[in-house]
Design a protein around this ligand. Structure first.
Ligand code: PLP
Length: 401
């Protein structure tokens, strides 16, 4: 009886899993079907084609694995590389750390460039490595597009240009788990070889799909690559996918949900989806400035539009902020991860959100900051700064749910 019953909807402001729109929930609410039936390939083929459109890929293949982003990392690496292959990667937050750790554990020869958290990949160091690698020992350059830990993005076309400048044949792998479908990402145009995402982020689905897009060059590599893989074998998938099937039982509700989610993104228009994410994130950033707090991301050009990592002043505990927001206001904020634990918290602007959701969340953050002893702002200042911006900037947004 002492436990308060939360009323209203939980404000899910973590950068994945994100809200599942009602339309997507309805699309998934169905009985099981025979995944070997004559009718199944219509669903299978459409889902595979639609995923390519999300990646903005026309030539390669989009793989749909039961799994999450982490499985997507492993699928991309294990299908295209061999034990001992040299790979270059950049660590600038928890996810890029975990991916580099996976590369090491798979037996690759990893050059991991450490960047101070809050900064993005340093072009000059990558450029030197590529320039000096005249013997082409480096087999892959692996970069996280949107570091969900720090809210810092990488310049994906800019890093591609380095490989081009030195005619370096390394595969270009990009983790777009918290960016693809929410921020500009152009697989063909940027000549990415492998891109990875997961269903529970911009695609507004539950977790459960690991999505990997592979270029023709990556598919070529997969014929020679010697790292072991079975469940994630590109080859097995390509054989089944050719007829619209999967090599093992797919999650049929998630496939129906995927079709509906992509339909919604296309109805809105990808450019509008990107503009909406920018606008929502910009409101959050203005609120942070009005609270007299600092962003983790130090370079304005590298700001994420899907997650904002807010640094807390000494004496204000980030673990407490996340706890109070949840327990007192039914508001789920992202915690500070690894070295940012207790020192920062994260506000998502990813997925099925609108201006009013963000304003409500910002009000919750303000009350929470007060509760946690931070008094460096007038209550309402952040909400007003964001509202001011939203009111003046009319990107047409439509509620999905
Ligand atoms: N990469 C990034 C950038 C992420 O944000 C995440 C999860 O938040 C992952 C990879 C791991 O994805 P998953 O939790 O779906 O395995």
């Amino acid at each position: 009886a002492d436990v308060p019953v939360p009323h209203g909807r939980n404000f899910l402001m973590v950068p994945g899993p994100t809200n599942v729109p009602q339309r997507v929930q309805n699309a998934m609410h169905r009985n099981s079907e025979d995944h070997r039936s004559l009718d199944f390939p219509k669903l299978g083929k459409t889902a595979l084609e639609e995923m390519k459109r999300v990646f903005m890929c026309t030539r390669g293949h989009a793989f749909i694995f039961p799994g999450t982003g982490t499985l997507g990392w492993e699928a991309a690496l294990s299908n295209t590389l061999s034990p001992g292959d040299r790979v270059v990667t950049v660590r600038f937050g928890q996810f890029s750390h975990l991916w580099a750790d996976m590369m090491q554990r798979l037996g690759l020869d990893v050059i991991a460039l450490d960047v101070e958290w809050g900064e993005g990949p340093q072009r000059d160091i990558i450029e030197r490595l590529i320039r000096e690698d005249t013997g082409h020992r480096i087999q892959a350059l692996c970069v996280v597009h949107n570091e969900t830990t720090t809210g810092v993005t990488s310049d994906i076309p800019g890093l591609r240009a380095i490989l081009d400048r030195y005619r370096h044949p390394a595969l270009y792998m990009v983790d777009g788990v918290s960016s693809i479908g929410a921020m500009p990402f152009k697989f063909d145009e940027w000549r990415v070889d492998l891109a990875i995402t997961g269903s529970q982020k911009a695609l507004m689905l539950p977790a459960g799909l690991g999505l990997v897009c592979a270029s023709p060059k990556a598919l070529e590599h997969s014929k020679r690559a010697k790292l072991p893989r079975v469940y994630m074998s590109f080859d097995d998938h390509l054989k089944s996918n050719a007829d619209g099937f999967f090599p093992y039982t797919p999650s049929i509700p998630l496939l129906y949900g995927l079709l509906e989610a992509v339909k919604m993104l296309e109805e809105e228009g990808m450019e509008n989806v990107w503009a909406r994410h920018f606008k929502l994130a910009e409101g959050v950033r203005r609120a942070v400035a009005a609270w007299n707090l600092k962003l983790c991301c130090r370079d304005r050009a590298r700001l994420s539009d899907t997650v904002t990592t807010v640094m807390l002043p000494p004496g204000v505990d980030g673990v407490e902020v996340v706890k109070v927001a949840y327990q007192k206001y039914n508001l789920s904020l992202g915690a500070g991860l690894m070295s940012l634990r207790g020192k920062a918290f994260r506000i998502s602007s990813l997925g099925d959100l609108n201006e009013l959701t963000i304003l409500g969340a910002l009000a919750g953050v303000e009350m929470t900051l007060r509760d946690c002893g931070y008094r460096g702002f007038q209550l309402g200042a952040g909400v007003a700064a964001a509202a001011d911006y939203y009111q003046a900037h009319a990107v047409q947004t439509r509620g999905f749910s």
